[in-house]
Design a protein around this ligand. Structure first.
Ligand code: NAI
Ligand code: SOE
Length: 382
């Protein structure tokens, strides 16, 4: 595609809205793109006044609270979706109908049938799409993938994957959209384990064959208003803890857990891969390093080596600074969006796309089904 300018609209202006704004504002510069990225319009469910303040602060030319109007605008090429999960499908399908390029946050949708509809819509419209599994764009996680691909881990025996946070461990933490199944689809299962499933697919290339899930809601009610903890309560309709065992097609096994009740854990997004020739351990909280155990070395000097991934021979050049200076959370969005736009300009493949999002959704659906039926579910049944 030959383009001089990519004109962007962003739907959603809170947590991810800020991360996306920062990325769009900076990616031409950091990713050396031969194209101008114009931040045309931001949309959010908010007052005109607040939207205008946001637009001014983050560099958007205009704002509009109505996403339908925004995705129909002729002066928009790319729509970036950073809304609660239940809106992803409707916005993406409408954007696809209008021929827009799409970045959609994870999880792709609230369930598998929605994900299939979304994939179908973008394929029919023949537009390019990205599903926001951002952690793939962390140099350390990409190095883990490289080590596996280069055979340094050998045959994979086991993956041990835990994503733990603690921001809702206080039972008086009030209701937010993430506790409502109709809006969020699920709890940590789709919020956090979705990242873990994608990271496992990305790093190991293993194929999920069957799963056994245990989803539990430990805090069933929460205050509606954080200022009145003893006032009216709302029901939590999603899981608080998502645990599942996996058998992969290739014969490896997996043990996964995610929770937002792990007191002391902030964004403990981890994956350990144990293989015949070595092991790796990745922890996003220490994103500029990767632990690697090389089983080919003599036991005399073996141990997990902490690789500093900030050298320009590391994936994504280890970032943009001289070695040792490291990169941070916001930078992975710059890399993600930059590589997505580059792939469009060069007509090259890009992952993760909506198919990756749909594959992840298939695993999530199997886990939910397994948890309800208390049986192992083979993905071919999904
Ligand atoms: P948030 O609650 O901070 O922001 C949601 C935004 O959606 C707000 O700006 C709100 O005004 C807007 N919105 C809600 N309804 C709307 C409507 N009808 N029309 C227009 N805008 C509307 O949520 P957050 O944390 O930013 O999450 C958004 C999405 O990003 C979720 O799907 C979440 O799973 C995903 N996410 C992805 C992350 C990643 O690592 N890639 C990190 C955090 C969130
Ligand atoms: C909240 O648990 C959250 O913001 C998730 O929605 C993100 O996907 C994760 O990356 C960080 O935590």
């Amino acid at each position: 595609m030959r383009k001089k300018e990519i004109r962007v609209a962003l739907i959603g202006h809170k947590f991810m809205g800020v991360a996306h704004s920062n990325a769009f504002r900076n990616l031409s510069m950091w990713m050396n793109l031969p194209v101008k990225v114009s931040m045309k319009c931001v949309c959010g469910e908010d007052s005109e006044e607040n939207l205008s303040i946001f637009a001014e602060r983050f560099g958007w030319e205009s704002w509009d609270p109505d996403w339908r109007r925004v995705v129909q605008r002729n002066d928009i090429d790319l729509v970036s979706i950073a809304t609660p999960n239940f809106l992803h499908k409707e916005i993406a399908i409408e954007a696809a109908r209008n021929g827009k390029l799409i970045i959609c946050e994870k999880p792709l949708s609230n369930n598998l049938s929605e994900a299939r509809e979304m994939l179908d819509a973008v394929e029919r419209a023949d537009i390019r799409h990205c599903c926001g599994y951002t952690y793939r764009f962390t140099p350390s996680l990409a190095l883990a993938r490289q080590l596996v691909a280069e055979g340094r881990i050998g045959r994979i025996y086991n993956v041990f994957v835990r994503y733990a946070q603690d921001w809702i461990s206080d039972p008086n933490f009030a209701m937010v959209w993430r506790f409502d199944k109709k809006i969020a689809g699920s709890g940590p299962l789709g919020d956090l384990s979705a990242h873990s499933i994608d990271a496992t697919r990305f790093v190991t290339g293993l194929h999920f064959k069957e799963v056994s899930g245990n989803l539990q809601t430990l805090i069933k009610e929460r205050p509606l208003d954080s200022a009145k903890p003893s006032g009216s309560k709302g029901s939590v309709t999603v899981d608080d803890v998502a645990q599942f065992l996996v058998n992969f097609e290739e014969g490896a096994t997996g043990c996964f857990e995610s929770t937002r009740l792990a007191t002391g854990r902030k964004n403990y997004n981890t994956i350990e891969v144990n293989g015949e020739k070595g092991s790796i351990f990745w922890n996003f909280e220490e994103q500029n390093s990767l632990l690697f155990y090389d089983n080919q070395r003599s036991p005399k000097e073996s141990g997990f080596a902490k690789i500093n991934v900030t050298h320009d021979m590391h994936p994504y050049n280890g970032g943009w600074w001289p070695q040792g200076h490291g990169i941070g959370y916001a930078d992975s969005f710059v890399i993600e969006f930059g590589l997505f736009i580059k792939s469009i300009l060069e007509n090259a493949a890009f992952n993760p796309d909506f198919r990756d999002g749909m594959e992840c959704q298939k695993v999530l659906e199997a886990i939910e089904k397994s948890s309800v039926t208390r049986t192992w579910i083979n993905l071919s049944q999904i």
